[in-house]
Structure formats: structure tokens, C-alpha cells
Write a protein that binds this ligand. Structure first.
Ligand SMILES: *Cc1c(COP(=O)(O)O)cnc(C)c1O
Length: 453
């Protein structure tokens, strides 16, 4: 192991210098991937020199998500204390299902969950778990809602026409999950949004009433804190009123921007969060932990147990349910995703988390200011969002983003709202500073001059 740890340190040193020297890795065409890199597996193992060389080449050509040129996705950067925690989790290699096997790691996880419940104003009855990502957190929420609406379903399967509601710009996992939970994609109602991409409570009310009149059984409403493209926040208070009057489960998908709960300045964007039945947040997005670190909390933990617990004598042999986290999990063996968030939170404190969140909004404001004050740009997104959506001159966004990637200049993606396509630059990458934002725009401008787009 010691030798491999030494090798690991060498490789990571190379990676970090690569991130600085070549912040956007030169993309390998998919047609030549297997010729360019030594990926083949053989009957005989490689000699060390070849093994190391293969690893170095793979590292060189792997996209650098922690570089200052990475604006492509809803994550990026590297919080070193979080990375430290994740490396330790790999070395410790516990499975989170029982206290017997995970020991104090159970306390690490429970501390985070209880703290988040406290911050959002959930009562004593609340609890939560870590899921393998935001899509799976949403899945768990929809499943609990289904079982609450019709407790027979767990034994006999879905027999009635159950319907669920989510905005037209919400995450695609909602539709997939409707299929996974046996309700069906056709039973997903997409609710209209206003011109900022926020769900319209009136349309929600209208569609629920219409479905009930037709004999459907509404059971679940998904609201979003930070929509995937525009970064919009649904109005929880207005949506909650509709849910209360029809007795529907309200979930808040905060995978992208739920971490605003840590900021006094921005938590107003999720005002009314305590009215929800469940809430999920990805720490690997705004909080910058390594992938994946997704948390779901539930106002009443009874629903977690009712949907996810199962007796298993071969597994649960000691301690009570409260410390055997397998009883509230979607998985059996489960990776320790909690430690990396705990090491981050422990070392920088809640104030540090607040600063992280605030900085991303401040950088987005700087980007919007730049766009507003340069006539070649058109802005499509709004204040209080860390997704900055724009077009440059009349260059189609998909052409521009693809050319920037092909030429290893910048990693940035494009998105769409209504009929408009635009570049979506995200200020979530934890290593970004103001100069990186300005450099981003300068790179686009210089690039346009030097190529014929
Ligand atoms: C990223 C995201 C998800 C999915 O999270 P994964 O961890 O990628 O599965 C769900 N909802 C929203 C709003 C997101 O931005």
C-alpha cells in the first residue's frame, strides 16, 4: 500500500500541475479513443512502468473539473478538506448499513442530517439519509409520497391512476422516477412557469382539480430550488397552500441550489421550506464536495421506515434501528458519502459554508454586470441565480460551446428556455475568483477573433 500511496501522491501532483498548465484537456475524438490510450485489459498484468504510463495518459486527457476554465456543469472545483474526507472514506471502506460495521461514521452521518433538519426548521420527528445522487433523492421522495397516499401499494403494486406534478423546467429525474415507482411517465403533469421559470401555483391548482374530476389520484408535488437551466426558485409558500388543501406530499428538489439554506443572505429564496414534507440537496454542487454527496431529509421519519425498511436477520444483528442506517436506505451496502461533507463543515464551520454560497452569487452578479455593460452580449437569466445565461453576438450557443471545447479553450454548456437557446455559464466551481469570470469572457472574445465562427 505504501508504494501505491507514493505513486498516488505523484499522480496527484501531476494532475494539479496539469490543471494549471492545460486547464481544458484536449478532447480525444471518440473514434480514436481506444487507439490513443492504452485501455485494453489483458490476461497478464502490466509491468509497473506501463501501468503508470497508462494512468498518466488517462489523467492527462481526462476533463479537468477543478480547473479555472470549467463552467460546464452544476459542480466543479475542489474543496481540499472535503477531498481529504473522501479519501479517508475510501481507505476506511465502511458500509453504512449497520453501526456494527460503520461505528462512529454513523454518528458523522446523523450529525449532518440532524443539523440540516434543524437549519430548515423541521421538527423532532424528522430524519434523513444519503442517496446516490439528487435523482435518487427525488426517487425516494416520490416513493414515500406514493406509499403514504396508498399504503397497500407496497404489497399489491399500483392499482389506481396516481398523478404527480412538477414544473415544465424541473429536472428530468422526476419523469424517470414516475416510471420507476410504477406510476408511469404519462401520469406526470408538467406545470406552467412564469417568464422567470418559476412554477405557477394557479396552474398547479387547476391541473390537480381537473385530474380529481377525472378520477385520478394526485399524490406528489415536486418544487425546485434552483432549476437546472435558469437556476430559478419555485415559490414554496404558494405551492404549499395548494398541497395542503389537496393533502399532497410536497418535495423540494434542492439538488442544485438547496444549499442557500446556509446563507442568511440567500435563504429567503427558499422561504417556507419548513412547510415541505421532504427536501433534498447535493453537497457536491454548491458546497463543492467530491461527487456524489446527496442528502434527503423528511419531516416525519416514519415514512422513511415505512418505504425502505426490511427485516434481514443476516444483517441487522446488533444495536437499535436508529443506528442501523440500512433501515432507511434505498441501498444495502452503501458508500460513506457523509464523511467528506463532515470534514468540510467541521473545518470551515457553518460560516465557511455560508461564505461559499455567497461567493457563488457574487461571482454570478459580476458576470451579469459584465454582460449588461458589453453590447455584444445578451442576458437571458435573472438576479439571484448562479446560472448566467447569455448569447455572444449572433453566434449560436451550441456552436460556440462546442468550438470552445474542441479547441480546449473553455468548458461551458448551453441550455434552453422556451424558444431561446443560450450559453449557460455556472459560477458554482469552488476555485473561481473574480478574475476567472473576466477571463472567461475575454477568452470568448479573443477566440472569436482568432477563428471563423
Ligand atoms: C443535478 C440535479 C439533479 C440530479 O442530481 P444528481 O446528483 O446528478 O443525480 C436533480 N435536480 C436538480 C434540480 C439538479 O440540478
Amino acid at each position: 500500500m505504501q508504494n501505491d500511496l507514493t505513486l498516488f501522491n505523484e499522480l496527484v501532483t501531476t494532475l494539479i500541475s496539469e490543471e494549471q498548465q492545460q486547464p481544458v484537456a484536449k478532447p480525444i475524438d471518440t473514434n480514436s479513443l481506444y487507439e490513443t490510450l492504452d485501455l485494453e485489459l489483458h490476461a497478464e498484468g502490466s509491468i509497473d512502468r506501463d501501468f503508470e504510463a497508462a494512468l498518466r495518459a488517462i489523467i492527462k486527457y481526462t476533463p479537468k473539473t477543478a480547473s479555472r476554465k470549467f463552467f460546464n456543469q452544476l459542480f466543479g472545483g475542489r474543496m481540499s478538506r472535503a477531498t481529504l474526507g473522501d479519501l479517508l472514506a475510501v481507505m476506511l471502506n465502511n458500509s453504512m448499513y449497520t453501526y456494527k460495521v460503520a461505528g462512529p461514521q454513523v454518528g458523522v452521518e446523523k450529525t449532518i442530517l440532524h443539523k440540516i433538519c434543524e437549519i430548515i426548521g423541521y421538527p423532532e420527528t424528522s430524519d434523513g439519509t444519503f442517496a446516490p445522487g439528487g435523482s435518487m433523492s427525488n426517487f425516494m421522495a416520490a416513493l414515500m409520497a406514493r406509499d403514504k397516499q396508498d399504503p397497500q401499494v407496497r404489497m399489491s403494486g399500483v392499482t389506481s391512476k396516481m398523478t404527480l406534478y412538477t414544473s415544465e423546467v424541473s429536472h428530468y429525474s422526476i419523469a424517470k422516477n414516475a416510471a420507476f415507482i410504477g406510476v408511469g411517465r404519462q401520469q406526470v403533469r408538467t406545470i406552467k412557469t412564469n417568464d422567470r421559470g418559476e412554477m405557477l401555483a394557479e396552474d398547479l391548482e387547476r391541473q390537480i382539480t381537473m385530474d380529481k374530476a377525472k378520477g385520478f389520484q394526485p399524490f406528489f408535488v415536486n418544487a425546485t430550488a434552483g432549476t437546472t437551466v435558469l437556476g430559478a426558485f419555485d415559490n414554496i409558500e404558494a405551492i404549499s397552500k395548494v398541497c395542503k388543501s389537496h393533502q399532497l406530499w410536497l418535495h423540494l428538489d434542492g439538488a442544485y441550489c438547496g444549499a442557500v439554506i446556509f446563507s442568511d443572505t440567500y435563504k429567503h429564496l427558499v422561504a417556507g421550506i419548513e412547510l415541505t414534507d421532504s427536501f433534498s440537496v447535493n453537497a457536491h454542487k454548491m458546497l463543492g464536495t467530491p461527487l456524489s454527496c446527496s442528502i434527503i431529509v423528511v419531516k416525519d421519519k416514519k415514512y422513511l421506515y415505512e418505504s425502505f425498511s426490511n427485516e434481514a436477520e443476516y444483517l441487522y444483528q446488533t444495536n437499535d434501528d436508529d443506528f442501523n442506517l440500512g433501515k432507511t436506505s434505498i441501498q444495502c451496502g452503501r458508500r460513506n458519502d457523509a464523511l467528506k461533507l463532515w470534514t468540510l463543515w467541521k473545518s470551515i464551520g457553518s460560516n465557511g459554508l455560508r461564505a461559499l454560497v455567497n461567493k457563488q452569487f457574487e461571482l454570478a452578479e459580476i458576470a451579469r454586470d459584465y454582460i449588461r455593460s458589453h453590447k455584444d452580449y445578451t442576458l437571458y437569466s435573472f438576479d439571484n441565480s448562479i446560472s448566467v445565461c447569455f448569447n455572444y453576438k449572433n453566434i449560436p450557443a451550441n456552436l460556440l460551446c462546442t468550438a470552445l471545447y474542441d479547441h480546449a479553450e473553455l468548458m461551458v454548456g448551453f441550455g434552453q428556455f422556451r424558444d431561446q437557446e443560450f450559453v449557460r455559464m455556472v459560477t458554482i466551481n469552488s476555485v473561481l475568483e473574480e478574475t476567472d469570470i473576466i477571463n472567461f469572457f475575454k477568452t470568448i472574445e479573443n477566440f472569436e477573433h482568432s477563428t471563423d465562427l
